[in-house]
Ligand binder design. Structure first.
Ligand code: DC
Length: 214
């Protein structure tokens, strides 16, 4: 069973996807991490994330990099969004994601184009959203908890800029697949969002993989 989860930054899709993977006993791939690894590598090499040749050269990163906590920073998220615009970069990361989705037994993948490009035949597709304000508040709280210096307006501006770039790029823009279920987490606790996500997947798959039916 393949579960595709897409949505904008700080929508809750990462947490929801991990919990879906645990619940249904499936392996999980955070595809944003691949783009983050490319963005980080370009930066380390002194390259330009907006230059397609620099970004493509960075696609041959060492897999150990995926464990580097620096990839999770806001700055690297911005670099990832910039390198992800290049069709050459998307193509270079395509097979790895499709192979992961196609493994025996299936998988959960989260990203921006999973339901539309990477796994268009997924058994269940969720598009997780939340208002930009709610997403900025979450990011703000998360960064404050980590002891980082943060300004709410800067975070909101950054989120809006990333949304705009991810939604309006020509190659595989962020958008719900025609057959995706929308899950708006603006007014949901994380536990409520997870329960709704499980229910949506079960509705699409007739509960055939539910290890813990409610
Ligand atoms: O999910 P994330 O914040 O880690 O993703 C970082 C950036 O990577 C995101 O702004 C756009 C890009 N991305 C993408 O284009 N396609 C994906 N499947 C996943 C991420």
């Amino acid at each position: 069973m393949i579960i595709a989860v897409d949505g904008p930054t700080a929508s809750g899709k990462g947490t929801i996807s991990k919990r879906l993977a645990k619940h249904f006993g499936l392996p999980f791939l955070d595809t944003g991490l691949l783009y983050r690894a490319v963005g980080w590598t370009v930066h380390q090499r002194g390259g330009n994330a907006d230059n397609s040749a620099d970004a493509l050269a960075a696609c041959a990163f060492d897999d150990d990099l995926l464990d580097n906590p620096e990839l999770r920073s806001e700055a690297v998220g911005g670099l990832a969004s910039r390198v992800s615009v290049h069709p050459e970069v998307r193509q270079a990361l395509d097979k790895r994601q499709k192979d992961f989705a196609g493994q025996p037994g299936g998988a959960v993948l989260d990203g921006r184009d999973i339901g539309t490009v990477i796994a268009p035949d997924a058994d269940a597709k969720l598009f997780v959203t939340a208002s930009s304000n709610a997403r900025a508040v979450r990011r703000f709280e998360e960064m404050k908890r980590r002891g980082e210096q943060v300004d709410f307006d800067d975070i909101l501006t950054d989120i809006l800029r990333r949304d705009d770039r991810d939604q309006n790029r020509a190659a595989a823009p962020l958008k719900p697949a025609a057959d995706a279920d929308l899950l708006d987490t603006t007014n949901l606790t994380i536990d409520a969002a997870i329960q709704q996500a499980i229910a949506l997947v079960n509705a699409k798959t007739s509960g055939r993989r539910d290890k813990d039916p409610a």
